[in-house]
Design a protein around this ligand. Structure first.
Ligand SMILES: [Zn+2]
Length: 118
């Protein structure tokens, strides 16, 4: 870890790295409140955990959304052509597996919450 990394913090909004002295995030423009600067290692770990959890949840939502979109398109294709489209089946299957996998990952992630010191 070099000196620059040591003195940097993560933006609570976008997670981007910024100098510990910065008042505004250069990545998303969020105001960095004082607590972010005071954050000790425990809180930093906790924030990283929250951010990581949100990321997995977002990916899960996208996978579920993509699954249902594909299923809806498949229904339309079936309605017009009378047969199921193999590619759409593959995508739907893939999204379902991905969704289940992300759901499991999120569940495992939620179990290992780091303690938050306040
Ligand atoms: Zn930011």
């Amino acid at each position: 870890m070099n000196a620059e990394q040591k003195n940097s913090i993560h933006c609570p909004e976008c997670g981007g790295r910024l100098a510990a002295t910065e008042q505004l995030c250069p990545h998303c423009g969020a105001t960095i409140d004082a607590t972010a600067h005071e954050g000790d290692n425990d809180n930093r770990a906790w924030r990283t955990w929250v951010r990581e959890g949100d990321k997995i949840k977002n990916q899960w939502v996208i996978a579920v959304f993509a699954f249902w979109i594909t299923v809806a398109v498949q229904v339309v294709v079936y309605f017009y052509h009378g047969k199921l489209n193999f590619i759409l089946n593959s995508i739907a299957g893939g999204m379902m597996v991905l969704g289940v996998w992300l759901k499991i990952r999120h569940g495992l992630h939620m179990r290992k919450e780091p303690k938050k010191s306040q």
